[in-house]
Design a protein around this ligand. Structure first.
Ligand code: ZN
Length: 445
């Protein structure tokens, strides 16, 4: 475990900046892999680590377990004006598993090399957990109260849908979030450098919803040597292939419109949403993030049928990962069924809603001004995430959720590609930048 090493920081550096990389490293060293079956070893240890770091400067965090070992840490910091609504800052402590053989540095060693902190969770999202801890500890230590109450939540189980983390807390302990009206968390706040005069910071204001489903076709079972006009595998595969090749129409939501307008402006070109392929090419790594937010998608991901080569099975199944834009769930399902045809039976296996909030108001202004104070060419722009986060849970309490984990990144770093990827790493300077921005942001929140 790392001590607080303010002394090791560069001259003029704040306490939070000096310790943020170490906090990130220490969190990465706690293996919190979430396999989706409850077997992950580390969430309890991470919750205790976080609680200890907060208690060191006078907070009284609570550790809440939904099931044995599935622990989240919650704390409330009193603000100057208790009559104002509170701000939630949330981060998850679990990570997706990693296969050490594929990595340059061991994914759970938390190496600091070449100016980067390496390891599983370095960008998703122990970076933000460490930045939050560093800022809060610095403020507690120097007695700088936030303008309003802040609720901190370090959560289990985000990587498997948050059932044992955020969903549990929202369902069973909503009182913890009493008075909270706005929240920041992942996945946003990172930079995309357009040119030497402009750096966009993508703030997440919307998320696609998810509809994971199982498809089944029943056919006529029989001997593989005989004629069979009702083969379940053939029928299912045709439907799945149609779906896999199907392109859902472009649908421009409010948040995507806003992003495209900003991008048009920044690139100085008119963007045609119907012809985004050319535009996406100019976006480098973040094209991965943006491309899937222009339309609903349905990707076949699993197939199952049969048990012997000379037996035609009576049934075949497939799984599909479906994602819909805010406001387009009904259209998605109608179109999906039309593509699949009448032979396919569809059941939902997991569903979570789409969320969207406006990119306006004092909190957004606070993000913009905190960014500009640290990076004069910064401009905050809203974008839609094609995946999902714990924001889905918190929005159920009427909380406006933003993805804002500020990082100024070197343009050549493929940041989007590192989420759940190999050699996940974050520059130490980016973490320090995030600490300074978050500190300013809290002052103005
Ligand atoms: Zn994440």
């Amino acid at each position: 475990m790392g001590g607080t090493s303010a002394a090791s920081g560069a001259a003029g550096e704040g306490f939070g900046e000096a310790e943020v990389a170490e906090l990130c490293r220490d969190l990465i060293r706690i293996d919190t892999s979430n396999y989706g079956d409850g077997s992950g070893p580390g969430e309890r240890a991470a919750a205790e680590f976080v609680a200890e770091k907060l208690a060191e400067f006078g907070l009284e965090p609570q550790i809440i377990e939904s099931e044995r070992g599935r622990a989240s840490t919650i704390a409330r910091i009193a603000g100057e004006d208790p009559s104002r609504p509170a701000l939630l800052i949330h981060g998850h402590t679990d990570v997706v598993p990693a296969n050490a053989d594929d990595w340059t540095h061991h994914p759970f060693a938390g190496e600091i090399a070449d100016g980067m902190v390496w390891g599983r969770g370095a960008v998703d999202m122990k970076d933000m957990d460490a930045m939050t801890l560093a800022v809060v500890r610095d403020r507690l230590r120097s007695g700088r109260k936030p303008p309003r109450d802040i609720v901190l939540a370090f959560l289990a189980d985000e990587e498997a849908g948050g059932v044992y983390g955020a969903h549990h807390l929202v369902d069973k302990h909503p009182g913890l979030f009493e008075g909270v009206n706005e929240a920041i968390g992942e996945v946003g706040g990172f930079s995309f450098t357009v040119n030497e005069n402009l750096r966009l910071y993508l703030v997440e204001t919307a998320e696609k919803g998810m509809h994971w489903m199982r498809l089944t076709v029943d056919g006529t079972a029989g001997h593989g040597s005989m004629t069979n006009k009702d083969n379940a595998i053939t029928e299912l595969c045709e439907a799945v292939a149609r779906l896999g090749r199907h392109k859902f129409p472009v649908r421009i939501t409010k948040s995507v419109r806003h992003f495209l307008d900003e991008l048009s402006d920044a690139l100085g070109v008119e963007l045609d949403p119907e012809d985004m392929d050319t535009t996406l090419e100019r976006l480098g790594g973040i094209a991965k993030l943006i491309g899937a937010t222009l339309r609903n998608t349905a990707q076949p991901t699993m197939l199952g049928a049969g048990y012997k080569v000379n037996v035609i099975p009576g049934q075949a199944t497939a799984h599909v990962d479906g994602r819909f834009l805010p406001g387009y769930e009904e259209e998605f399902l109608t179109e999906l069924d039309a593509v699949l045809g009448p032979r396919v039976r569809r059941e939902a296996v997991h569903h979570d809603k789409a969320v969207e909030t406006d990119f306006d108001g004092p909190l957004v202004a606070a993000m913009q001004s905190a960014l500009v104070a640290e990076d004069p060419i910064a401009r905050a722009v809203p974008y839609t995430l094609s995946g999902g986060t714990d924001a889905k849970s918190f929005s159920e309490l009427g909380i406006r959720c933003f993805g804002f984990a500020p990082l100024r990144l070197p343009p050549e770093l493929d940041f989007a590609g590192m989420f759940h990827g190999v050699d996940e790493r974050v520059p130490v300077d980016s973490l320090k930048f995030g600490v300074r921005v978050l500190d300013r942001f809290i002052d103005q929140s």
